[in-house]
Ligand binder design. Structure first.
Ligand code: GUN
Length: 278
């Protein structure tokens, strides 16, 4: 279908560009990933990240702690990685098992190595439009919109979902591009009033088929960030079959935003390397 935004192809283009840059600069950036516990989805995501890093020429270090480890030992490992000059990026895979203080763990990461852009300085600098590391999924969404020439200036953009990882950083990135942004969440009343007005609708809640065709206007651009398991299949937050008939552009799940997130992680690792080496 010609209105489908091919995140797989777009991510290949991005990854090729990054690999070329790494080769030309003769550098070997390094990413360290920490997983606590054995969440199956996290393991799949990490496998994808590892493959993409190694294909691009980024060294990948993986530490998997059991969920019985103490929070202090995780903190100690992060401090070790902070002090290791050969490590440029540190990523703690989320969600952490129950009982771990996510804020304390994430904010132990040196902000210049925080390739997820989740530490306080990176969050603050994003709001203030200073140079910083920005979360990979929102970056992937913005790259995809750019690659498909979707203009944002003055457009009504509705985000559904207010997570720290996706919805909140997207507000800032879209504002920087002069969009008019509304944000809906689980306590919003009549989400449809907002989604119906959207020229561009971005959905990131993790609720299968939440958005139906009656909730969008004709020619809308739809970005579906949701990844939900239904039996053996993966589906998004948007009813793809019915909305793809109405939308001017729409991302599929899988093969939409997911691959772009991984490509943007590579981009952030190279950016972190450059910040640390100038
Ligand atoms: N879990 C799901 N997405 C992400 C991500 O982008 N970063 C981290 N650290 N954990 C995740």
């Amino acid at each position: 279908m010609c209105n489908v935004m091919d995140g797989k192809e777009a991510s290949m283009i991005l990854k090729k560009r990054i690999k070329k840059k790494i080769n030309q600069d003769g550098i070997t950036p390094c990413l360290a990933v920490i997983l606590v516990g054995d969440n199956e989805a996290s393991k799949v995501y990490i496998r994808n990240k590892k493959k993409a890093c190694e294909d691009a020429g980024i060294k990948f270090i993986f530490t998997n702690f059991p969920d019985t480890i103490s929070e202090d030992l995780v903190i100690e490992e992060i401090k070790k990685l902070n002090n290791d000059k050969d490590v440029n990026g540190i990523l703690v895979q989320l969600p952490l098992p129950k009982g771990f203080d996510e804020g304390r763990i994430i904010n132990t990461i040196d902000p210049v190595k925080d390739v997820d852009g989740l530490t306080y300085p990176n969050v603050g600098n994003l709001v203030l439009e200073n140079e910083c590391l920005v979360p990979c999924t929102p970056l992937g969404v913005m790259e995809l919109l750019k690659m498909y020439n979707v203009s944002l200036k003055g457009k009504n953009v509705c985000i559904v979902g207010r997570s720290n990882l996706v919805g909140k950083p997207l507000i800032q990135l879209l504002l920087q591009r002069d969009a008019t942004v509304s944000i809906c969440h689980s306590k919003s009343i009549n989400i449809k009033d907002y989604t119906k007005m959207a020229d561009i609708l971005i959905v990131a809640v993790g609720h299968p088929n939440l958005i139906t065709k009656d909730m969008v206007k004709d020619k809308v651009v739809v970005i579906d960030v949701g990844i939900n398991k239904e039996g053996n299949a993966l589906i998004g937050d948007v009813c793809f079959d019915e909305i793809s008939k109405k939308a001017s552009l729409i991302t599929p799940v899988p093969g939409g935003v997911g691959p772009m997130t991984v490509a943007c992680l590579l981009k952030n690792v190279v950016k972190a390397y450059e910040i640390q080496n100038r």
